[in-house]
Design a protein around this ligand. Sequence first.
Ligand code: G4P
Length: 525
Amino acid sequence: MVGQEVARRRTFAIISHPDAGKTTLTEKLLLFAGAIHIAGSVKARKASRHATSDWMEIEKQRGISVASSVMQMEYGDCVINLLDTPGHQDFSEDTYRVLTAVDAALMVIDAGNGVEAQTLRLLEVCRARNTPIITFVNKMDREVREPLDLIDEIERTLRMAAVPFTWPMGMGRGFQGVFDLRHNHMRVFHPGSDRLDDEDEIIQGLDNPLLAERFGDQAANLQQEIELIRGASPEFDQEAFLAGRQTPVFFGSAINNFGIREVLDALVGLAPPPGSRSALQRHVQPHELRFTGVVFKIQANMNPAHRDRIAFVRICSGRFERGMNLRIARNDKDIRTNGVVSFLSQRRDLLDVAYPGDIIGIPNHGTLQLGDTLTEGERLQFTGLPFFAPEIFQTVEIADPMRSKQLKLGLAQLGEEGAIQVFRPHLGSALLLGAVGALQFDVVAHRLKYEYSVDARLAPAKYQLARWITAEDARELKRFIDTNAHRVAYDAVGAPTFLASFGAELSVAEENWKHIRFHKMREHA
Ligand code: G4P
């Protein structure tokens, strides 16, 4: 039973640079899978989040997507879990963690802009984990770059072979459709979003005289280009795709419902089902009968009316049933799972059963932390959830000392959520905040104000970089900490960290302390 359910699961994240069309494509995927019936619901969600949640005002002001969310849909025999990621680079830490919870990624590229900076950073993470990537080139209804150019850029920047599965005829006003290279037919483009693309007109065969009749020179061009790419691009190789060495490429126009079906078919047909996961103790296979899962994201106060806190858990093996007892491997505490929810767009439904690849939401009051492993009792700790050394630091002060308890509570919760990293200096009591992107500070100040009624003043701190420190010999580590007491702080889980104001300080420390290791990234363990 578990094995069958695993085989039909596909869990992927959708990544892009802001404005490439991620929200639009997400919505169209849901529409085509029949999970929503009216286009506009996801957009509406993007908008209604502003209305329902204060702190999302920041998002509104900056026009970016801060929060990631989870959607599930059925398509054919498959169950697809789609994880949204914030596009803005200042929230990339959150995105990295979301990427650890998926088996594949769908990359959306704006055909006018090609591969943009933020996409590149996310791709680094996919590459580090060998996550297979499917590419969707969006906005072909605009005057964009030459497709051959785009393919070339994808190959150069992603350092993987791009294998076109469809090829566009024309662009902008002259966009006539895409030719499906595997099924050898042309899907004719009609602008508009009030129909599904299985109602589109299909013309069979590249040598069909109808093509020349209808599209004149453009048909000849298409034939030439296809000949060219058939000669130049490699055969699609499933193994190379799964290893992250090849990406299948699709062209379309999300806003016009065009090219969506091909992407859904690729997700189902090409993307892998949930695979095995590494834990410190052993590899865990998805079809094992006992439940295991890992917390990859925590979000507090998703609904300000409820002040709730939801841990997002990726199921790694076994079957989840509502009400079952789960053990937190970190401290052997048990939690009941009566109120566990699944996600679909803005709705949150109570969930009865779930399988590997699915994401479940466990409401809790701080019992669950990022990176926690949940089991039916086995001592197990999944690895691979990354924390990155902060690059910007701020000190935090409050106007009203009477609120210091709330400040501490707020920072502790935001820290556990991963919204910001909170450091407690070895000397002194003033807390220090660390972030990878500057916007994280704005979000924290805003949320402290609206969720914890704390007016916090954040000011730049003198530090420029941080490194987690470890040593084989605990005495050596203690000696380092004692000697550098004014530069050491502890993060949310008490891991000691060395803080430096200049790069040179770090080099000196590394030079003088050969037995201390300085880490840029910490994996939850
Ligand atoms: P994001 O989530 O990646 O940030 O992008 P989003 O879907 O919000 O799309 C960004 C903009 O690009 C939107 O326009 C959207 O309508 C437009 N867009 C998406 N897909 C296509 C496409 O296939 N063709 C064209 N021409 N445009 C597309 P906007 O003006 O910013 O927002 P809105 O007023 O349309 O909501």
